[in-house]
Design a protein around this ligand. Structure first.
Ligand SMILES: NC(=O)c1ccc[n+]([C@@H]2O[C@H](COP(=O)([O-])OP(=O)(O)OC[C@H]3O[C@@H](n4cnc5c(N)ncnc54)[C@H](O)[C@@H]3O)[C@@H](O)[C@H]2O)c1
Length: 405
């Protein structure tokens, strides 16, 4: 039986419950979380045999734990992941890998030094609409890809990102990195290449106007509530807000593809809208994941059709799959558990995760430093030759080959 420990078991940490599969040889054995309500809830459902550690170090000291989930706020990832890898645990680390490029490289170096298994939770790769678009690209349906644009509308921005730690640079760097790490990775995945140079632009212009703030000693509630509208009427926002609520980045990828990503935290609706343009067509998604009554779809335009062509030449609806994040969460856990057993994965590699942070970090620096274009540094030579960065690629191949494997 593989024994699992979870650091940060509330919030996103509930993901570890997807991995509790005693019939398949995986058992949730220990948790660590400072929130007593989280502990009480797990206790009620898993009984007294579930061990509760007071600190993450105490959890890592439990030698019988093979696997550790790290689903804590971003600013804790670096320290906790390095410690877990040093203890030889197989680690599921939530995205973003860390809040700085140096933090990512420290985690990679620890994984390399200790030969430990590192898996970063880029679950968006498992969204069925993303898989469909990737399939059509790989089938050559739009010829050679030249450009990828992603617009990201976030109606729950005021609830999720401006009431707790997410609202501060010291805890998140910025939301272009924090939230954008998903989409930057998807852009890299669809393009089959990484960002080499980026320009960022953005501002904080809505949530800084909201006067209603929680006290610094009061816990922030990131609960999504439909009636919290309009954004300027939000209540109990963080006392400190210094991250942008609207951001844009341009990306020059190493294989020549150019991309853009725009993120806004005060729209009335939520969706990621991707457009991929090739030499023989265009792909676009409508909806990012399917609900029982509202299916997402992917459209293809591959002949010239003029202005009255919203439908595309082909539309494929994407049926719903059971599970959170449109079915992506159970799938990424299947993939992670296979990785824990065999070392093989289909999801993002540690290098993919690092490169999404690196691009988001540099774009954030760029937007804060007068929109200067900035290069995205590759990992050091010592790290770049480490095979654990990705199962099948070497650094010299990164320029040409797909982050898909
Ligand atoms: N992949 C996804 O779809 C997805 C979705 C949501 C969040 N996330 C990621 O998950 C992580 C957690 O996000 P969240 O919104 O759940 O955050 P959160 O603030 O709700 O924290 C998660 C849990 O960590 C606990 N925690 C805080 N400090 C801790 C510490 N020092 N030691 C142990 N536990 C601690 C909290 O009590 C909480 O139960 C972030 O990195 C975020 O980016 C990923």
């Amino acid at each position: 039986m593989f024994k699992i420990g979870s650091i940060g078991a509330g919030g996103r940490g509930r993901l570890c419950e997807n991995a509790h599969r005693p019939d398949q040889g995986f058992e949730l054995a220990a948790i660590c979380d400072p929130n007593p309500r989280v502990i009480a809830d797990y206790r009620q459902r898993y009984g007294d045999q579930l061990r509760v550690a007071r600190t993450y170090q105490e959890l890592l000291d439990q030698d019988d734990l093979d696997i550790v989930f790290i689903t804590t706020p971003d600013y804790l990832h670096e320290e906790q992941a390095v410690a877990a890898l040093e203890r030889g645990k197989v680690v599921y680390l939530e995205k973003p890998m860390a809040i700085t490029i140096a933090g990512c490289d420290r985690i990679l170096a620890a994984a390399q030094r200790h030969g430990a298994g590192l898996y970063v939770g880029h679950n968006m790769r498992f969204f069925p609409v993303i898989q469909k678009m990737k399939q059509w690209i790989d089938e050559g349906r739009i010829g050679e890809v030249q450009a990828i644009w992603c617009r990201h509308f976030i109606d729950y921005g005021g609830d999720a990102y401006f009431k707790d730690w997410h609202s501060e640079q010291r805890y998140a760097t910025g939301l272009l990195l924090q939230k954008g790490a998903h989409d930057i990775d998807v852009i890299h995945y669809l393009a089959g290449s990484y960002t080499q140079r980026t320009v960022g632009m953005g501002k904080l212009s809505v949530y800084n106007q909201v006067q209603d703030r929680r006290r610094p000693d009061e816990a922030g509630s990131a609960r999504f509530v439909q009636s919290h509208w309009p954004p300027l009427k939000q209540k109990k926002l963080s006392p400190i807000i210094d991250v942008e609520d609207h951001t844009m980045m341009l990306m020059q990828l190493a294989n020549g593809i150019q991309a853009s990503y725009c993120q806004c935290h005060y729209t009335p609706d939520s969706m990621r809208n991707y457009t991929i343009i090739g030499t023989e067509g265009r792909i676009e998604n409508d909806g990012d994941f399917s609900h029982e009554t509202n299916w997402a779809s992917v459209r293809l335009w591959n002949r010239r059709c003029g202005p009255a062509s919203r439908q595309g030449t082909l539309v494929e609806a994407v049926p719903p799959i059971q599970g959170s994040h449109g079915g992506a969460d159970p799938q990424i856990i299947d993939d992670f558990l296979a990785f824990a057993q065999t070392g093989q994965r289909t999801g993002a590699t540690p290098l993919d995760a690092r490169m999404s942070v690196a691009a988001g970090y540099q774009a954030t620096l760029s937007l804060r430093q007068g929109n200067q274009p900035l290069d995205v540094p590759p990992p050091s030579a010592g790290l770049a030759t480490w095979s654990g960065l990705g199962p099948s690629r070497r650094p010299e191949e990164h320029q040409r080959q797909s982050p898909n494997h």
